[in-house]
Design a binder for this molecule. Sequence first.
Ligand SMILES: [Zn+2]
Length: 190
Amino acid sequence: MKELQRKLSRKEKGSKNWEKAEIGVAKLHHKIANSRKNFHFQVAHQLCDQGEMIFVEDIDFRVSAKGFLGKSMLDGGFGQFRTILKWVCWKRDKFFAQVDHKYSSQICPNCGTHTGKKPLSQRQHICPECNYQTTRDHAAAEVLLQRGLEATQEVRMDVAERKLPSNGDLSGSVFDWLDKCRSRNTQERS
Ligand SMILES: [Zn+2]
């Protein structure tokens, strides 16, 4: 890409050769976007091969892109990956839900103790309470999994108690559905 852009900058703007070089740059952009999308689909299918439920954290990547990781967050196409993953889950009949990400890297997945903020350089989770040790990302993933399972458990109990929803439709986010339940309950009470 750098080479092509260098060539483009050397051409006289508006000339035939400049036009050719510009088309070359555009083609490569297209190719990069396509191979990234293919890669995202491959990974999404690999994840679906491994389990029945997938929980992802509800981070707003547009906000992160403004932060310290900067534009590389957008370059990586994290938002696109989440969208593709959700679609592949739907296609393959796997459960997909987004989970609250707050403090997921500050809680011990083994005993629930708040272990405080880890600097990004600290790659290990070592719990001062129960001595549970694992990598930082694995610990956070375990916390997210527990949150996801707890939320689905709540929904299951709701379904069992009130026989809702009768059509068994749990598509979309568990949380959307929980929100609907809660607002309906509030309305009934008032
Ligand atoms: Zn612990």
